[in-house]
Design a protein around this ligand. Structure first.
Ligand code: SAH
Ligand code: SF4
Length: 343
């Protein structure tokens, strides 16, 4: 049995045609799945019995069981789900003036192993299926009774380490007769898997790319992110320039601010020199303390100084406002709670 949510429209069409069903049946099934959003084949009233039988015998709807739901005082909600194999994943829904945005996980654990990140303390166990990612959006919508307007792939895992599934997910979320979430409301965040940045650029999906930079010199970045030993800043910048040129889309640079580590005046100057003149937007994120690490959040005065120095250097930058602090719903904190629950 496979998850019915694993398939893009094109994949589903190919599958049904192969089994001898008429082409227009794909649109009907798709409509039930992603417009009416039913969760049983029996409810798909306009399908012939042979198709219903085929679907029932080969596909399933379920893989996520809600284990815990937390609601923050600011409206942010965190959902902890158990997968069929017992692994736990989390998604977070944030409310903004422009709608609801969800932060979803792409893997169980993460092999990139950044020294500051809770998700990276747990080696990757496996990639999530397409359907397991789709369901994080669908289930959260169902549970909240509200539509999700934008999706960020910034939960647990490295999206580009699960590249093919992530691309399928983006196509499903973007499909006009389904979720219909505009490409510009979809954001993929990567730690900088250089070959995949080239590949992603060539797909010309029009979705947003966010790059986790966190340091402007190889010495510092390698300490924070060991992936920098494989793809250093020079290689990363080359791929970023290629991406900017091919897609003509502005890229978000994520930069977490860690006390005394990468929030000093010289770090800001290095960053300005690295990014000056590029079509990027810098998102400064005050570090969220992770229990197992030695790092601390940048002090408020230093956060502001950093912001000011980047602005003065001509960069387009914002300091992220925090949401869901009381329920530990921030990026990079999602794993620790889930693991505590498992023990
Ligand atoms: N693996 C991808 C996406 C998931 S992490 C990536 O690294 O980009 C999403 C973002 O959260 C990244 O920018 C990551 O560096 C950041 N992050 C990780 N741990 C954090 C923490 N403790 N506090 C703040 N941001 C964190
Ligand atoms: Fe993985 Fe991203 Fe965490 Fe690094 S920051 S360990 S890439 S989830």
């Amino acid at each position: 049995m496979k998850l019915i949510y694993n398939y893009t429209f094109e994949d589903l069409q190919e599958l049904l045609l192969e089994k001898g069903f008429k082409k227009y049946r794909t649109s009907q099934v798709w409509d039930w799945l992603y417009d009416k959003k039913v969760n049983s084949f029996e409810l798909m009233k306009n399908l012939p019995s042979d198709l219903l039988e085929y679907l029932n015998n080969n596909y399933t709807f379920d893989s996520l069981a809600l284990i815990q739901r937390q609601v923050s005082t600011d409206g942010t909600q965190k959902f902890l789900y158990k997968l069929l194999d017992g692994n736990l994943i989390e998604s977070v829904v944030m409310r903004h003036h422009y709608g609801n945005s969800i932060c979803i996980s792409t893997q169980i654990g993460c092999n990139i192993g950044c020294s500051f990140c809770a998700s990276g303390q747990l080696k990757r166990i496996r990639n999530l299926d397409v359907g397991e990612m789709v369901l994080q959006v669908l289930e959260s919508e169902r549970l909240m009774g509200e539509k999700i307007d934008s999706v960020v792939l910034m939960g647990i895992g490295e999206p580009f380490d699960n590249f093919d599934n992530v691309v399928k997910l983006l196509k499903i979320l973007n499909h006009q007769k389904g979720f219909n979430i505009g490409a510009r409301r979809l954001t993929v965040s990567t730690s900088g898997i250089v070959p995949k940045i080239y590949e992603f650029a060539d797909l010309k999906l029009q979705v947003n790319l966010a790059l986790s930079l966190h340091a402007a010199t190889d010495e510092l970045r390698s300490k924070l992110m060991k992936i920098n030993n494989v793809y250093n800043i020079e290689k990363l910048m080359e791929s970023l320039n290629y991406y900017l040129q091919v897609t003509n889309r502005r890229v978000t640079i994520e930069y977490i601010l860690i006390d005394g580590v990468n929030d000093r005046e010289k770090d800001a100057i290095n960053l300005v020199n690295l990014l000056k003149g590029m079509n990027v937007y810098i998102n400064l994120i005050p570090y969220n303390k992770v229990f197992e690490t030695e790092y601390e959040r940048s002090r408020e005065a230093n956060q502001k100084r950093f912001l000011h120095l980047l602005k003065r250097g001509g960069l387009d930058v914002t300091l992220r406002k925090e949401q869901g602090h009381d329920i530990e719903a921030a990026c990079g904190q999602l794993r620790s709670k889930a693991e505590k629950k498992k023990k």
